[in-house]
Every structure is written in C-alpha cells, then in structure tokens.
Design a protein around this ligand. Structure first.
Ligand SMILES: NC(=O)c1ccc[n+]([C@@H]2O[C@H](COP(=O)([O-])OP(=O)(O)OC[C@H]3O[C@@H](n4cnc5c(N)ncnc54)[C@H](OP(=O)(O)O)[C@@H]3O)[C@@H](O)[C@H]2O)c1
Length: 339
C-alpha cells in the first residue's frame, strides 16, 4: 500500500516540512493500518520544530499527534472485525500520513456521522480538557475558574466544558480573540497587556476554584494565591519556555518542583501536573466528549481544514499565532482554504 507522509526534516520553521511517498508493509502483530481521514496540528509540533518536545524522535521524522480514519489492514492477533471500522488514536508522532500503523489497543471508536476534522479536534485536546475539568479539578456548578489561553485548541474546549459544568469562566487570550472567548461564555483578560493575576483578582475578588495553566514560567507563581480553599491548580504545559535553548527537560524541573511543593503544603488547596496518556479512561472519556459534540453541547472549534500536502501552511498558521481554535489536516473533500 502506498502512502504520502509529511516529514519534519530538521529544526526550523514550517518550511522544513517535506512530503515523501513510501510503501507501507503489512501491520505487525497486535497492530493495524489506518487510512487517515484527518490529523491534528498542535502546539506540540511547534515545539518539535524547535527540538523542544520531550521525547521527540531524531530528525527526520513524521509528526502528527492524533488521527481519525478507517482500519484497512489488521496484523496477527488482532480481531478481524476491526477491518473497516472508523477509529481515532493518539499517536503522538506519525499521524501526518495517508496510512498509519497503530497498535490496536490504542484505538477508540468514532461514530460514522461525525465529521473527521471535528472528531480529530476532540481526540487529544478533548480528552485533555475533559480529564482536567472532571477528573482533576472536579469543576462544579457555582465554581469560578481561570482558563489560560482560552482561545487555543485545548483552551476553547476547556472553557466550554467548564461552562457546561456550571462554572463561571475567566479566560486569557490576546485581545484580538476576546470575541471568541465571549462567544464561549468566558470573561476575557488580555494576557499581553495586563497583569493577569491582578485582573483576575478584580473580576473574582473572593478567589478561584480552579486554575488551568499551560504557560508555566514565573507568572504561575502569581496565580497560586488566587485559589480559594479547596481549589485546584492544574499545570499542563510550559509555553513560556518555547524560546529557551536549554535541554527541553530543564524548564519542567522547576515547574514540577514548584507544583509538587504546593501539592505537599498543608494549605487546603491542591496542585497537579497533568499529562494526557492513552489509558483505559482515554477511550471512555473520548466517548463522553464525542457524545457531547453529537448532542450539540460542545463545539469542536475547527478554525482551518487543510489537506495533507499543505501541512507546512497549516503548521504556519499555529506558529503565526492567529488561530482561534484548532487547525486540522483533512482529506481534500472536507478541506477548505486557509484564508
Ligand atoms: N499536558 C498535556 O497532556 C497536554 C495535552 C495537550 C496540550 N497540552 C499543552 O496545551 C497547550 C495548548 O496546546 P494547543 O495545541 O491547544 O495550542 P494552541 O492551539 O496553540 O493554543 C495555545 C494558546 O495559548 C495562548 N497563549 C500563548 N501564550 C500565552 C500566555 N503567556 N498566556 C496565556 N495564553 C497564552 C495562545 O493565545 P493567543 O493566540 O491569543 O496568543 C493560544 O490560544 C500547549 O502548551 C500544549 O503543550 C498539554
């Protein structure tokens, strides 16, 4: 079977992406081949461009954090009933290809009536947002929460899920995206032109029940005192250290140390580091998220759909910072122009 794939050839800008063709062999034991209908573009690949994603393969490699597609071949030991099934998987690498080999145990079902681009926007980001809201921070009606980067792929889903749980949501974003936040039911704060902690304190003087932060860096310290008793700080990224030139692990050490210290202090508040993993709950939580989408209770917020051969342009959109929502690679029938 022939497959076109997108290769990240080395560090640099989106121009380092190249396409190549290869012949894909039979899937290995316990594995399947999936013909991709859509694959996600994420901040993780922006980090990979700079060699700053922990655990990324050596250049050149095929990126692609998640996909939705159809099983076209099954390896030894895999139930033949999977052939032809529509599935999703979080691959972390390798999804920017027409045909992708995936361990069968990593597959989750995707209903036929859900658009592939919408579905893929919900895979890593949807489960991440769902688990942070419901499993980690346990957001409830009457809570007030802060969502950093509420205009991003994860952030737009976090804001919606927290609102659906009955919370008041304060969100940070650059000023040009504040209408998007209002549309999601969030109260916007401009993180570029305001001291975020002071602005949030003015909006919510009695404190917050949850903080969702993917920024890290020194600013995180100012958010911890905003939590009221019983509140939870969830740290799930280190976007502020993208431009560092140290080893990619280094920014996470002080971050982990700080969060762990807060977690151990007897102060009535909780602090957690979150990292999405393909465990059993991944499948059930993805099913919950897709059900919300099908019921019209969650908007996947796909901002741009581009075909695989325009992956460099698609990644450039995220690098450029003008996107509100998610960029997906989607086969030509469902793709639009990136205007
Ligand atoms: N731990 C996990 O398991 C996990 C899973 C998925 C993603 N993540 C992390 O989640 C984050 C978002 O990923 P994504 O793919 O959704 O990225 P994305 O679509 O690029 O969204 C990032 C958002 O962050 C905002 N932002 C940038 N700098 C900021 C700052 N200093 N303060 C507040 N907001 C800021 C941007 O807003 P503007 O465009 O308005 O500047 C943008 O909307 C990344 O850090 C990623 O590593 C973690």
């Amino acid at each position: 079977m022939r497959s076109t794939e997108v290769v990240m050839t080395g560090p640099g800008g989106p121009e380092v992406l190249a396409t190549r063709e290869r012949v894909v062999g039979e899937p290995g034991r316990g594995r399947v081949l999936v013909r991709t209908e859509a694959a996600g573009i994420a901040f993780a690949e922006v980090q990979m461009l700079r060699g700053r994603y922990l655990g990324q393969p050596r250049f050149p490699f095929v990126p692609g954090y998640d996909l939705v597609g159809r099983v076209v071949a099954v390896g030894a030991g895999v139930d033949g009933a999977l052939l032809g099934r529509r599935v999703a998987a979080m691959t972390r690498f390798g999804a920017w290809a027409e045909v992708v080999e995936v361990p069968a145990r990593r597959l989750a079902p995707v209903p036929e009536d859900v658009d592939a681009g919408d579905a893929v926007a919900l895979v890593t980001n949807g489960v991440t947002a769902w688990q942070m809201v419901h499993r980690v921070a346990r957001v409830q009606a009457g809570h007030t929460v802060l969502v950093q980067g509420a205009s991003g792929g994860v952030g737009t889903l976090l804001a919606q899920l927290a609102r659906s749980a009955g919370a008041r949501v304060i969100g940070t974003a650059s000023a040009g995206k504040h209408d998007v936040l209002r549309d999601l039911g969030a109260e916007p704060v401009d993180y570029r032109n305001a001291d975020v902690a002071s602005a949030v304190r003015r909006l919510a003087p009695s404190g917050l029940d949850a903080v969702f932060d993917h920024v890290g860096g020194p600013g995180l310290r100012s958010l911890w005192p905003l939590l009221r008793r019983g509140g939870t700080l969830v740290s799930y990224g280190s976007e502020s250290t993208l431009e560092d030139d140290s080893h990619p692990l280094l920014p996470y050490l002080p971050l982990a140390g700080r969060v762990l210290t807060w977690a151990l202090l007897p102060n009535g508040r909780r602090a957690r580091l979150y990292y999405v993993r393909p465990t059993a709950t991944f499948r059930s939580d993805l099913a919950e998220v897709i059900a919300l989408f099908r019921d019209g209770k969650l908007d996947a917020r796909v901002a741009h759909r581009l075909p695989l051969d325009r992956a460099a342009e698609a990644l450039g959109l995220l690098v450029g910072g003008g996107v509100a929502g998610k960029v997906v690679l989607q086969a030509r029938a469902g793709a639009d122009n990136a205007s």
